[in-house]
Design a protein around this ligand. Structure first.
Ligand code: SF4
Length: 380
């Protein structure tokens, strides 16, 4: 129900203070049925959603959860989703590879990818018989967009004796041209394994130059790379780390390996999204900073109420294209479907399977911090 301003005596038609909110615009209201279905969920997001905002959010949450049951759909929610999506409608939560594995295993007809386009493609690669939907086709990624399949073909022509490893943050077309994929949890393990398999001392790791430099510092294998970067993580600097230590004595600083190497040099701990979340859960630091995407900090904070989070985070504009509203629309209309030509899908799956065939690590590998940054040769 729209709130009305008091327009005073003599005015026959009160003027609405605001238009309908996103739920009301879709005919969804905060009625008794919605209250009964959702009010017990509010404590999960109470640090991020005010009591005033809840009546606008709860009807969308209730409707999405009903639609999932009706359509046998599941929502894969990446760690960088806002807490309302991550905690209230996500069926599976985690980093991109965890989610793709869930996609392959889950008994559902429809997968809604609450994440960016390359993640939806990875789900489709591993679960070709399922319908994969993404709520906004424009949810891209600066890293994935930095390299094309044609670029990889040229790299392979120029360096035929070296294997090409691609970070999973790339399109299906790019994965299809590479020999093996890696994640930030297992990049060093993959680089060493493929070097051994090819009997070479040099491996090409694309497209993230910072991940490649950070991996190179952890291994004796020579790494060459490509000038791509994540626009969110490359914004952090070593000066930020020093300023945080000065402003917050005793703070523990955790960095994602997509950050520049001098940031990892200055940080206390570095690792993949999962490794950062595990570190906070296991060590329970009193005060912590996660140098990564903002919603990741929010979601880890919600799981660790005893830790004080300082949040100098950066927002990923691509991840933030996904909202409760467009998840609802996508389920109602069955849009936007992500498809991949079968020959590309099969070759991309070969690269992912090569990674999955490696011994599974019990825990994501941590990156040693305090190491001097390395300069690497570029393949362009
Ligand atoms: S956080 Fe970086 S790597 Fe992840 S989707 Fe955004 S731009 Fe891409």
């Amino acid at each position: 129900m729209a709130r009305l301003i008091d327009s005073g005596p003599g005015c026959p038609t009160p003027t609405p203070l605001r238009g309908p909110n996103a739920a009301e615009a879709r005919g969804l209201v905060y009625d008794d049925a919605v209250r009964a279905e959702t009010d017990h969920l509010y404590p999960l997001v109470q640090d991020f959603v005010t009591p005033m905002e809840w009546p606008a959010i709860a009807p969308l949450v209730a409707a999405i959860n009903r639609l999932k049951a009706e359509k046998n759909a599941v929502i894969l929610a990446h760690n960088y989703m806002t807490p309302d999506i991550f905690r209230l409608v996500g069926d599976f939560r985690g980093d991109s590879l965890q989610l793709a594995r869930e996609a392959a295993a889950v008994d559902a007809d429809i997968i809604v990818q609450a994440g960016v386009h390359f993640m939806a493609e990875t789900s489709k690669i591993l679960a070709p018989q399922k319908t994969v939907l993404i709520p906004d086709m424009r949810a891209g990624c600066s890293l994935a967009d930095s390299i094309t399949a044609a670029d990889v073909r040229l790299i392979k022509q120029k360096f035929p004796d070296y294997p090409v490893v691609t970070y999973v943050n790339t399109s299906a077309d790019v994965k299809a041209e590479c020999h093996i994929t890696c994640t930030s949890s297992n990049a060093a393990q993959v680089v060493e394994a493929i070097a051994k398999e090819w009997n070479t001392d040099t491996v090409i790791l694309v497209p993230d130059q910072y991940l490649a430099k950070n991996v190179a510092a952890q291994t004796k294998i020579r790494v060459m790379t490509w000038p791509g970067a994540c626009e969110v993580h490359e914004m952090f600097t070593a000066d930020d780390v020093h300023a945080l230590r000065e402003a917050h004595p005793g703070v523990v600083i955790l960095a994602h390996p997509e950050c520049p190497p001098d940031v990892l040099e200055a940080a206390d701990f570095a690792g993949s999204t999962s490794a950062l979340a595990n570190y906070v859960a296991e060590k329970s630091p009193h005060k912590v900073v996660l140098l990564t995407e903002c919603s990741m900090s929010d979601n880890v904070a919600a799981e660790n109420p005893g830790t004080n989070f300082i949040r100098p985070c950066n927002l990923c504009p691509h991840m933030k294209r996904i909202t409760l509203e467009n998840i609802y629309d996508c389920l109602v209309k069955g849009e936007h479907e992500v498809t991949i030509p079968e020959d590309v899908r099969v070759r991309a799956k070969t690269a992912i399977d090569a990674m999955l065939a490696l011994p599974r690590m019990e825990k994501p590998l941590a990156f040693e911090t305090g190491l001097k940054p390395l300069e690497l040769d570029m393949v362009v």
